[in-house]
Ligand binder design. Sequence first.
Ligand SMILES: [Zn+2]
Ligand SMILES: [Zn+2]
Length: 339
Amino acid sequence: MPKMRAVQVSRPKAPFEIVEREIPEPGPGSVRIKVQACGVCHSDTLTKEGAFPLVQYPRVPGHEVVGVVDALGSGVGRWAPGQRVGVGWHGGNCGYCDACRRGDFFVCQTFTAITGITYDGGYAEYMIARAESLALVPNELSPVEAAPLMCAGITTFNCLRNSGARPGELVAVLGLGGLGHLAVQFAAKGGFRTVAIARGKDKEPLARKLGARNYIDSQTQDPAAELKKLGGAKVILATVTNGDAMSAAVGGLGTNGTFMVIGAAPSLTVSPLQLLGGRQSVKGWYSGTSIDSQDTLDFSVLAGVRSMNEVFPLERVDEAYERMLSGKARFRVVLTMGG
Ligand SMILES: [Zn+2]
Ligand SMILES: [Zn+2]
């Protein structure tokens, strides 16, 4: 049997193991992907550290996967070997439960398919993916360019386009890390008056290069007051995971403004009086499904949005993961499979 290299976690908090496995065969409704690149996302800690109840071990992490369709299982139309595809967090859905029939595929009631969590992901030379989880990758994007767009990209782009903000309106991006550096680009290229909020004056040149018209240094300035001076934000896209940083910015919403939460902070303080007085809202956003990923990739080509990446070969997975955890990577970490 032909073999492949894969990185697996054999139990919660166990070290990564590079193992040889048989190349898997796709079952009905699934395809096999020859993986070319896979992003290392902070949510991979759910598999690595065992912080998610649905993980069964051993498990191969990775939900920012880009590769080439290599074999088809039975019953898969439309897709063909040789097509370039990506797979994100959303690993599939049944299509017939109540939620799916309402179009809410992300809360499918039949099964929870999460790439790299409930089935093996992209830290491997091959993986199996359900056909409905595939996004077509445009030729203009290399595997390394496309991979981070499958989670960090779709999350920020899809959140922004569903936020209710219209071109020309004030959109603030809170945080300038893996998510934030993409959100600023998507907001600027989407035609919004884009404000970046981050810690320290040193990030201002980058924020402006990415398209921000204004920069607020949250260490020396009050983000809420500064946003108010600019007229108040229609949308604040909160990419940080720090609840205090979120709470300090939420007061910068304008009338009918929406605070869109995509960073998993433990808690957030907001004044009900402010919300009702300004008819404002706080809303969470789930990344999206495969067609949202495909739209993210297409928009990125159209508008020239690119993730800034640090690239490691698969065998240096420990280093890559530590780099991601350190928070010092500029800005996303991507594994490549070689060959
Ligand atoms: Zn992710
Ligand atoms: Zn369903």
